[in-house]
Design a protein. Sequence first.
Length: 142
Amino acid sequence: MNPEILPTILLVEDDDVAAESVVRSLQKHGCHYPVVWAEDGLAALQILRDEDSSRVVPRPRLILLDLNMPRMDGFEFLQQLRSDPKLRGDVVFILTTSNADTDRTRAYHECIAGYMVKSAVGPQFIKLVSLLDSYQNAVRFP
């Protein structure tokens, strides 16, 4: 893996235990992606719009997005992201507890790259790590 092209991951997750689990899983399995954590959609937008000087997420980047969060949930975040000309092309993967068909369909209508249910990605998020590693090695970022 070429460290020069590693994407930065913006992890948008209100559960600090889940966020820490994702970060530890990436490290444990040798994926050394830089990770920036945002506690909800509003904080994530502030980071992406350079309104939070303490957190920066340079390109290339991937967004891992939970759906159920306070202040601004994942769907509200997606609507704001896709309506912003500077952010609409960002790659988003959903990582959520919701297995509802309506949520999955609604998310794909917002042009997400993938939808993962936390309980289905395996112990210690192994399937998430595998997906991110495969994705990073298969695509070329602008």
